[in-house]
Every structure is written in structure tokens, then in C-alpha cells.
Design a protein around this ligand. Sequence first.
Ligand code: NAG
Length: 461
Amino acid sequence: MLLSGILVKLSRLIKGKMKLKERVALGTFLMLLVIYVFLLTKNRKKESKFTVWEAKIVHEDSLDKFQQEPKAELKVEAAVFPKQQQKDSKEEFISNEINRLRLEFKDVQIDDVKNPFKVAASWVNERQIYPSEHPEMSAILKTMSTAKIIHADALPKGTQIKLLLSLEGGQKVVFKQKRYERDYVITGKPYDGYDRHNAEIAAFHLDRILDFRRAPLVVGRTINLRQEIMPVATERLLKTFREENGNICYFGMCLYCKEKEMACADGDIMEGAVVLWLPDEWSVFQKQRHPYQRTYVDGRYAQWERDETYCNRVVKKTVPYDRGSRLLDVTDGTVFDYLIGNADRHHYETFKDHGSYVMIIMMDNAKSFGNPFHHESSILAPLRQCCILRNSTWIRMKQLQNGVLTLLLEEVMSNDPIAPILHPSHLNAIDIRLTILLETVEKCIKEHSKEKVLLEKWDGI
Ligand SMILES: *[C@@H]1O[C@H](CO)[C@@H](O)[C@H](O)[C@H]1NC(C)=O
């Protein structure tokens, strides 16, 4: 009714027939209409503001509730506040990882796990030395560290003094003795110095944290040489034993083993790391030259050192790196070796006669953690040049950034029988190196895209 009245008046206005009184009434009406609409929209805005404010109250309420009864409320809360979610999931990640990796040597009874070495032997397959979840690890490492030594020999393999020990029950372990204090800094070439027994231990735990599962089991052990080794030593080993200033020393048998460079105990007590020998079925290795091998000759450079296109031009076109798991194993190895500062992986081993899907075994990591103040960038070359990495490795590196990696490493190494394993300067170095690794991969992603860099499977170029 009102509308039709207005329309009639409007048409009369247009036709110029409207009276002055009617014009004033219409103008007033239109003005009121505009004011009404304005107020209406203003009210709407107020209403929405109120909703936000109310939501905040609701959030605080649920937070209170959450503190009393956790979990269910958390998801809602986290969805609204992504920052909070990040913090919660980071804390959850850390506590889950500590549960997965923690070692309890004091509480564990060796009898808790029936035949720990059998368990360890059953773990091995072509892609792992041990599984991701490994609650039996404490019992296995404790047995390695305490079982009676029934036989001792020199291990003539390689360039460094090593002992091959048989433990009660027949399990073999390799013993790498201490040669440096924890704060000793190796200078010179990136591969200089003797083996570092503590580095072998730290590298194993890093392998567990990265969830690569490709390094043999290692634990610290102190041995009374006079009581535990000399009575069960082979003739050829015993011949290298000497006594110097009241300390028992030996030089073993190896390429660089000589009497002038003996390893000496503290009195009769020698500290070292024991590395678990792999089961018979998995002890035959295919040894291969690493595509990023150094020349080990001053002034002579390998192809990869002279040519940044080496990976794309050569490696990616060469069997077994042209497709499959091997090149991704190489770049995983780069992540590992850069973190531990190992510039000495001139060869690598895989399992012989177990197919082409076999992993690169991360064995012999003792030439690492030499200089915490130097981050050897040449180790990065495979990653920098090939620009491919397992997506799972990338995700893990991201989870471990901002100190999470070193927090976990420190925690899991703290119960080793010869802890502390690493000087704090080395933990600091790992944090710096992880950041540099992430930057290296990010640069690759920027240049080539995520899809080309982060892979689970490499099908070749
Ligand atoms: C990498 O893995 C994450 C988590 O599983 C997934 O969301 C992402 O799409 C993957 N990226 C690539 C490039 O495959």
C-alpha cells in the first residue's frame, strides 16, 4: 500500500504534478529510509564484532577445561590457533621421539629380552639394520657393553687399530679404542686423525634419530685390558702389547698400525666403542667406490670438485645411480655425513646378493666429529649438485630443526656407559650444519621446484 502510494506520487513528481506539501513529505520519507538503512548496516557490524569477542571467551573456557581433561579440546583449540598447534605438535613430537629412542641401561635386565643378539640378527633386512620401533635396543646394547669377552684378535681390515672380540654366546663385536679426549680438535685435512670411538657412538644415535636405520649398533664400553683381553688374545694381537709409563698399550695390525703409534689405556682400563657384527647372512658386502670420492692427493681434484654439472652429466646417467634407490641413498648419506663432519666416505658397502634395492650401509663413521668449528662444505657436493632428496628425509630434517635434533641426541646419548659422548661444541656444530643443509635443499627447491627435488622414488632423467 505504502509502496504503491509512493509510486503514484513519484510518477506525479516526474510529470511535474506534485504539490509542494507532497514533495516535502516524500523527501522526509526518503531521508528516513537512508538513515534506517545506515543504522541497520552499522548494527550488523557491531553484531559480528560481538561474535568474535564471544568466541574468545568460549576459547578461554575450553582452555580451562583442557587443562583439566586434555586431548579432545586441544584439536579445536589448535585449529583456531595454528601457532599453538605448532608448539603442541612440536612438544608431542619430542616426547614421542624420546619414548621411541630412550635407552635405560640401569633398569633393563638382560634377561628381559631372551637372547638379545638373536633379536638384533632378526632385525636386519636389505633396507634396515634395526626397525624404527626398537624397545629391545637397551637390552642389546647393555649386553654388548657388559657380556664376558671370550676371544680377542686384531682386525687387520682398514687403516686403523681395531680389535675383533667374541662375546659369551659367540656374538662378534668390533672394538674401537679411545685415542682423544672429548674436547680435542682435529685440524688439517677433513679426513685427518685417528678414528674417534665416541664419534662412532654419536653417529649411530643420529642414525636412529633420523630414522635411517642404516648404521650398525654401537655402544660405549670400558675394558680392563689385563683381565679381559690379554688372557683371551690371539698370539698375533698379544705380540703388539707393550707397557708404557704404567699404562698398557697396543698397536694391533692394520695398514697404518705401527709401534710408534700405539693406543694406550689409562693404567689397565681402555675406553672404547663396540660395534655389533652383522649376522652371517648379512655380512657379505659389495664394496663400491663412492661417486664423490676424494683424490686424497694435494693439488689434484676429482671431477666433482671441478665441475658443478658432474651429477647431472655423469652420475645421473650411470648405473646404479640412473634410477632406483641408490642416488637417494647417496644424498641421504650426504645429510648424515655433513651433520657428523665425515669427509672420508671414499667407498661404501651394500649387502651382496640381496637384490638392487639394498641400502648403502652407514658403516665406519669414526672419522667424524673431528672439528666442531669447521663445517666441511665439500661434503655437501652430492646434494648441491644432484638436487634430489628423499621427501621423508626432508620432512624429518624440518621436524628436527631449531634445536630439536641436538636435544634428542643429547638425551639419548646421556645413558651410554661412557657418557658424555660429545663435547657441547659438537652439538652446537650439528645445529649449525642442519640449518645449512636445509638452506641447501631450499635453494634446490627454488631452482627446480618441490616436485623435482623431494622424491620418494627416483626414476631417472
Ligand atoms: C612429502 O611428504 C609430505 C608428508 O607426507 C606430503 O604432504 C608432501 O606432499 C610430500 N611432498 C612431495 C613433493 O612428495
